[in-house]
Write a protein that binds this ligand. Structure first.
Ligand code: NAD
Ligand code: TYD
Length: 352
């Protein structure tokens, strides 16, 4: 049994769906269902006894402890977080609460449970903490990519709260011997990503004939990884990673935001041509994000050397698959783009 947190969100849900394609080990999926959590993503698992869903806040220590006692997991895969940088600028409190206090609560409940396990189960237990490359700060164009030993220099409330959670995860290994593994991954894209993030937002706005907002001049660089590749990396680290170690996960795929949006426009144009002009005409440059990190890039040689993982998708194949998925799943997109989503669009874009 795996105890997984945040499995109704983008990456967690992809992980759950991928897991059951090749594995019958059950998962208890612990998610508070914030605006970013969507059970519709997991509809195909309805009635599947392998998937147990629990609507629980990871900051609720008693509830989390009860889940450990009830389900007796052999491992935790911890995805749950507040994950959007722009939201962290408008409301950092929720990020400190879920990312720092929530991770602490998970680690503490895991430690209590793990200490009571018989020797062989205690040795085999794993706590995999899923984190981000944003904890390393921002690179200049000529800097080498982030490695596992790059000093932490988080710049946003989001990355600072994730950095805090990474430090706690590290401390639980060093202080208590809890078998913690940490992954720091670059920007993900793919099916079921909430349309507040650049790629799904661009696809949704392009199809709706709305402006495609580019912060600043569009030259900020991100290292894009297909979500299925990230999930494969997490499975490898869970199976064969060494407790106490950190693994950087990236796509070897640095792109400027403008290049990303251009490619998405061109993929859409080829599939659903606009009657007049091109989707690129909808690009609108808007006021930059405060403290906007210039460049992220991951040196993913350690996970390749030690665990044999490399991304399977390229920029071209992964982006084409993603555009195809969004075109084929407009209902999912329409479902999540209501209520709270509309309020967010007003908050983030009206004053830019
Ligand atoms: P997401 O925002 O799509 O999903 C987060 C999920 O966590 C949601 O289902 C939400 O309901 C749940 N959640 C939030 N607060 C909770 C709480 N207090 N208790 C229980 N559940 C709660 O995020 P994502 O993009 O899937 O990211 C998952 C993890 O991967 C995060 O830890 C994030 O920092 C990390 N990460 C994301 C990326 C990326 O590009 N998206 C890249 C690297 C690392
Ligand atoms: P995002 O998807 O929010 O991920 P992150 O900030 O975690 O990297 O943004 C990716 C990049 O796209 C980032 O440089 C900010 C930029 N961006 C825009 O230019 N316009 C937008 O509307 C959004 C949401 C992001």
């Amino acid at each position: 049994m795996l105890l997984l947190t945040g499995g109704a969100g983008f990456i967690g849900a992809n992980f759950v769906l991928d897991w059951f394609k090749s594995n019958d080990e059950p998962i208890v999926n612990v998610d508070k269902l914030t605006y970013a959590g969507n059970l519709g993503t997991l509809r195909s698992l309805q009635g599947d006894a392998r998937h147990i869903f629990s609507r629980t806040d990871i900051c609720d220590a008693a509830a989390v402890q009860a889940l450990f006692e009830q389900h007796k997991p052999r491992a935790v895969v911890h995805f749950a977080a507040e994950s959007h940088v722009d939201r962290s600028i408008h409301g950092p409190g929720a990020f400190v609460q879920t990312n720092v206090v929530g991770t602490f609560t998970m680690l503490e409940a895991a430690r209590q449970y793990w200490q009571g396990l018989p020797d062989d189960e205690r040795r085999a237990f794993r706590f995999l903490h899923v984190s981000t490359d944003e904890v390393y700060g921002s690179l200049e164009p000529a800097d080498p990519p982030f490695s596992e030993t790059t000093p932490y220099q988080p710049n946003s409330p989001y990355s600072a709260s994730k950095a805090g959670s990474d430090h706690l995860a590290r401390a639980y290994f060093h202080t208590y011997g809890l078998p913690v593994l940490t992954t720091n991954c670059s920007n993900n894209y793919g099916p079921y990503q909430f349309p507040e993030k650049l790629i799904p937002l661009t696809i949704a706005n392009a199809l709706a004939g709305k402006p495609l907002p580019i912060y600043g001049d569009g030259s900020n660089v991100r290292d894009w990884l297909y979500v299925g590749d990230h999930c494969a990396a997490i499975r490898e680290v869970l199976a064969r990673g060494k407790p106490g170690e950190v693994y950087n996960v990236g796509g070897w795929n640095e792109q400027s935001n403008l290049d990303v949006v251009h490619l998405l426009c061109d993929l859409l144009q080829a599939r659903r041509p606009k009657a007049q002009g091109s989707y690129r005409d909808q690009i609108t440059f808007v006021t930059d994000r405060p403290g906007h990190d210039r460049r992220y890039a991951i040196d993913a040689r350690k996970i390749e050397r030690e665990l044999g993982w490399r991304p399977a998708q390229t920029f071209q194949t992964g982006f084409a698959a993603t555009v195809d998925w969004y075109l084929a799943n407009q209902e999912w997109v329409a479902d999540v783009m209501s209520g709270d989503y509309l309020k967010w669009v007003e908050t983030n874009y009206q004053e830019r």
